[in-house]
Design a protein. Structure first.
Length: 224
């Protein structure tokens, strides 16, 4: 569990002596496909870490439309803000496929923080960086055109998942086109049309779930 925590964005910068008491709080849980771990508005009394499977974080508009805020894979954390502020959930978490998660209860976590005062300072630094990325996503949905939103998503996924090769920046994702479209706030048809346009222009090479960014500079120009 100690090594697993090290692979997360939130706890990855902590020392072993700081991680050990957190690892002792972790409890594993199996989540069937389609299960809802929590709804928006539920009490925020725990944090989750995904060990295997896929979880989507969603909000639902008044007209019933679902907007995906994030699609999570192994070692991703979610609900972590509740560890610090205890506020109600701001979104819902749904298992896209059978998943296994680790749960950390807030009350137990706060006891560790009181005994290890350097942990909160390190966590605030990590959360600040994540907040900046969230601001960028909100700005994208508010001000960018569909091609700009798609370009931002591709670059963001490449940054998180990609490997640099002689041909370009390559990454693979298990997300469907519909899920990626939801992340950009576009329809599946619009998202696919933009992707095909990028491929025709030589900016991206597509092969099922594999993506190769051939011209990062041009893609970045679409979001600046």
């Amino acid at each position: 569990m100690l090594n697993t925590l090290k692979q997360t964005s939130l706890f990855g910068e902590l020392e072993d002596s700081e991680l050990a008491p957190i690892a002792a709080l972790c409890h594993k849980r199996k989540v069937p496909k389609g299960s809802i771990l929590f709804y928006a508005g539920d009490p925020g009394n725990s944090c989750y870490m995904l060990l295997s499977g896929k979880i989507k974080i969603v909000v639902t508009a008044d007209d019933g439309r679902e907007h995906i805020l994030g699609l999570l894979g192994p070692h991703d954390l979610f609900g972590e803000m509740s560890l610090l502020d205890g506020e109600p959930r701001s979104a819902s978490a749904v298992a896209v496929e059978e998943s296994h998660v680790v749960v950390i209860q807030r009350d137990d976590f706060l006891k560790v923080l009181s005994e290890k005062p350097m942990i909160p300072l390190k966590l605030l630094s990590v959360l600040s960086r994540r907040l900046r990325r969230t601001d960028g996503h909100v700005e994208s949905l508010a001000f960018l055109s569909a091609p700009g939103r798609v370009a931002r998503l591709l670059l963001g996924l490449a940054e998180d998942l990609g490997n640099r090769t002689p041909e370009g920046l390559a990454f693979e994702t298990r997300m469907t086109r519909q899920e990626m479209a939801n992340l950009t706030g576009t329809s599946r048809e619009t998202f696919t049309r933009v992707l095909m346009d990028y491929q025709d222009r030589g900016l991206v090479v597509l092969d099922r779930n594999q993506y190769m960014l051939k011209d990062e500079a041009k893609l970045r120009s679409l979001i600046n």
